[in-house]
Write a protein that binds this ligand. Structure first.
Ligand code: ATP
Ligand code: MG
Length: 452
């Protein structure tokens, strides 16, 4: 395990130290290097206050200097295309409503580290002395793959409820286990997640959903009860039978689909929401369950959930459209007319490819024969769409010269002489011997025909 510091960063560190400031690599930059993973964001802690950081970065001709997190004392910049985030040592206090941390800068790296969320994120690397500072044995927890709060979990989660979501996010993304007392802390403080701004919650949910096995994040949120505050709409699907007497519930189907969906944010949200309205639409008819219209109700629920989380309108529209249409491909029993296929393509619009991808992930049956049949049906539908689109393209092909242009070319009035010329030109275009926009060559050919 070793910490590597790129040359550009060593130069930045030298400038800080020349001016009498400390310079520590912290957070993900240390954690990920100790895990032998690539670093894509260089977090730094310093005792220089933000104005001094700005002065130094300008002096070093850093690019894209910004004070995005100025409230938290963070200055961002890039060097050689890599992102640097410099935060002044913090000793944060939180207002009772937990929305906004109030920063007061502290004097030491030890106090800074004690304010960080988890032991694995509270390791610093002194760039000048080239030594690790690890007061909470973060390296031990990295080796044992454990997420453990720094200090007393309940008070740390009480201070900043976002840490509860971060705990789950890190656990799922790194495949670590959350230590028992930390889990208990989440359970004790879960209702405070309700105080977070929707944007911050959504940002964490997105990161969880993009993990390799996002179902683990959902499971952890259900176990700890966080789900009640971020996405309670999921709860009715738990233990709700799919088929009478079956063991499988709708919740486990949703989780399975979620993991089978490729890591695209829109698709992952669609997976989470596609059957969300099955509980309220379930009816028993002749001993079997039907979920008539669940995709229509589901699209409405999707809208409510995503709006509440303050996603941009375009994203909300797109995901709820996926939910609304997610049954169309599985419902194709091969009896669709060409018109029905065209209508589907028109309705799907920009969602078409994602709907096919999703239909594939939504196929969770155990019966191998059925799986093959469904795959076959989807392929046939795909092929029909390609064929119909090609036919529509062909139908649009015209000869390079139309009747009016031919009349102009030969100074002759309309008459039966036109059709054979147009037919010949069209034939040449279809055979690929004449470009549909090559009017010059078309005129030459037309003259030859007339002279014959
Ligand atoms: P990644 O960048 O991969 O998401 P990271 O650990 O670098 O992971 P950041 O959000 O970039 O996460 O934060 C950098 C560091 O700042 C963290 O490692 C942690 O030490 C500290 N930190 C961030 N958010 C909090 C918080 N809410 N409470 C306490 N410490 C935090
Ligand atoms: Mg980071």
């Amino acid at each position: 395990m070793s910490v590597r510091v790129p040359i550009w960063l060593t130069k930045v560190a030298d400038e800080f130290s020349r001016r009498g400031f400390r310079f520590f690599l912290v957070g993900g930059a240390v954690r990920d290097q100790l895990r032998e993973q690539k670093v894509d964001e260089w977090d730094v802690a310093t005792d220089a206050v933000p104005e001094e950081v700005l002065t130094i970065l300008r002096h070093l001709h850093a690019k894209n200097i910004g004070a995005v997190g100025a409230r938290f004392g963070t200055i961002t910049a890039t060097f050689e295309g890599e992102l640097l985030e410099i935060t002044t040592f913090r000793g944060e206090q939180y207002l009772e409503d937990s929305r906004k941390p109030v920063t007061n800068f502290s004097a030491t790296i030890d106090e800074d580290l004690s304010r960080r969320d988890f032991t694995i994120n509270a390791i610093a690397f002194d760039v000048k002395k080239r030594e690790l500072i690890d007061p909470f044995n973060g390296q031990g927890d990295l080796r044992s793959r454990i997420i453990r709060a720094v200090g007393r979990p309940t008070s740390r989660f009480h201070e900043d409820p976002l840490r509860m979501l971060r705990a789950i996010r890190f656990a799922v993304r790194l495949s670590f286990v959350i230590e028992a007392e930390t889990v208990q802390g989440i359970k004790d403080e879960r209702d405070r997640v309700g105080l977070l701004s929707p944007e911050r919650v959504a940002q964490e949910l997105d990161k969880m959903l993009m993990a390799e096995k996002p179902s683990q994040a959902i499971t952890l949120m259900v176990e700890t009860g966080l789900i009640n505050y971020v996405f309670p709409e999921l709860l009715p699907s738990i233990d709700l039978e799919f088929e009478p007497g079956s063991h499988k519930d709708i919740y486990s189907h949703i989780l399975q689909v979620l993991d089978q969906t490729p890591p695209k944010r829109e698709l992952r949200w669609c997976a989470l929401l596609h059957d969300i309205a099955k509980p309220q639409t379930r009816r028993k008819v002749n001993g079997e369950y039907h979920f008539l219209g669940h995709e229509v109700v589901g699209a409405k629920v999707a809208r409510t959930v995503l709006r509440r989380l303050k996603y941009p309108n375009e994203f909300v529209d797109y995901v709820s459209k996926l939910v609304y249409l997610h049954q169309r491909i599985p419902n194709d029993d091969g009896s669709w007319t060409d018109g029905a296929v065209r209508r589907f393509v028109r309705d799907a619009g920009e969602c078409l490819d994602d709907l096919f991808t999703f239909a594939e992930a939504d196929n969770t049956g155990k019966n191998e024969r059925k799986l093959v049949t469904y795959r076959e049906k989807r392929r046939t539908l795909r092929e029909r769409i390609v064929r119909l689109e090609a036919e529509a393209e062909i139908a649009k092909i015209r000869p390079p010269l139309d009747g009016a242009e031919l009349m102009e070319l030969f100074k002759r009035p309309a008459g039966p002489w036109i059709k054979p010329i147009k037919d010949k030109l069209l034939e040449l275009v279809l055979d690929g011997e004449l470009a549909p926009d090559d009017k010059e060559k078309a005129a030459k050919i037309a003259r030859e025909i007339v002279q014959r």
